[in-house]
Design a protein around this ligand. Sequence first.
Ligand code: ATP
Ligand code: MG
Length: 473
Amino acid sequence: MNRILLVERDQKYRDRALGVLGGLDCEIVSLRDADEAVRAMMEQVPALVITEGDEPDESDRRLLRLAREGSRPVPVLVLTGNGSTRGAIGYMDAGAYDYVAKPDDPSALLEIVRDILRLSGGVEWSTPLEEPVSSPDGATTIIGRSAEMIEIFKMIGRIAKSDAAVLIQGESGTGKELVARTIHENSRRAGKPFLAVNCAAIPETLLESELFGHEKGAFTGATYSRKGKFELSHGGTIFLDEIGDMSLPTQAKILRVLQEHTFERVGGEQTLTADTRIIAATNKSLVDCIDRSEFRVDLFYRLKVVSIFLPALRKRPGDVGLLVEHFIHKYRPSTKIGIRGITPRAQALLEAQSWTGNVRELENAIQTAVVLNRTGTLDVEDFPFLHQREGSGVAATVADVVTRLADEARKTAAVLLAHEDEPGSTGVYHQCVDVVERALVQGALEANAGNQVQASRALGISRNTLRSKLDAR
Ligand SMILES: Nc1ncnc2c1ncn2[C@@H]1O[C@H](COP(=O)(O)OP(=O)(O)OP(=O)(O)O)[C@@H](O)[C@H]1O
Ligand SMILES: [Mg+2]
């Protein structure tokens, strides 16, 4: 008869879980801690181990090692009461089969266990791992407790130690670079360089030299030979940001590095070897780029082997509270008064935003609010630049309206700047200024029944200036 080991300290939960799992055709052995489970595993290899914990300790690691290296691999299901980045990465990295939030209702556990027993026969086992080179306790902390983010932490734990290329997709500000750094910090390459290259920010002609280096005299201005990022990050990781903007010839060279691990400096003849892991990111749809023949299909598939998709913040509003807390802690030291917390009203306001700029926009909002706050508690008044929900009881002041206009203008400018080279675009600056000017002039004239003297006074400009603006149209 198959045996399941159940490690659970909470006696009440354990009894209920035992009741539920009793419905399976298995012998359920209940244990108090991981050490007891190790002893039980040495007596008889179980079909499954269910254990609990928020972060793996030494005993958990021993248990997981035995589970994957014993006479036959045993799936270990970790139930967590308080999921965390480090916990998810740590357990998956140590070879856990899965890491899930402990269901309040043990009957939900039955479904999970059934699935594992059904699948674990044919499932591919994650590669046995050595002890982590660096603790996941590095400088970067990814915050999130939503199911989507827990999946991402698990993914990081599974893939960090391999050398596979990774493609990270997601809207701007969702944390793509942060995830790339976390993968690096949890990999065997942790002590080696992590170098980021923004492919959109560097002119095409310089990008190749930036990546692969160049020899003296390779092009006008190349007075010295220079190492590129691939050479400089030898043994480490290179982060190719905005890879959707990379030119086709450079893409071909990246493909070669991925396939053959070789490249040449620009203007150089010697073939060099790259020992660099490639992590790429984009906020564009590469499929669309492929449709427009701007991105190589073969490179896309090569990169996509490990693919991480970061969900927009508005898709995981449950993470907003945690992020707010995190950013308050982060920016608190820069203030004199010290922020004690945030009111539920303000918290609700933040959760209701659509955060088109994702975590980066939320971080900026908290930073501004923390720096400007004078009371020690963040409240809705500290976020005048955010859209207030109807009925939130906050009257819009002139300052509110102006800040909102500035916010809208910033967003509009970002969109227009991104499309600035499209046919029909007449220049972002004039386009924006024109729209605002027209709205002001028309609005003032309408409000003053077409009277130019009154309209110019209302606008705070001379009548002549108003005239010249009308004439220019
Ligand atoms: N889950 C998270 N927990 C904590 N901080 C986060 C998280 N996600 C993003 N951040 C923070 O938000 C900011 C933006 O993140 P990052 O630069 O990684 O985003 P990105 O996806 O690379 O954005 P872009 O596409 O604009 O380059 C950074 O300061 C980062 O530390
Ligand atoms: Mg980025």
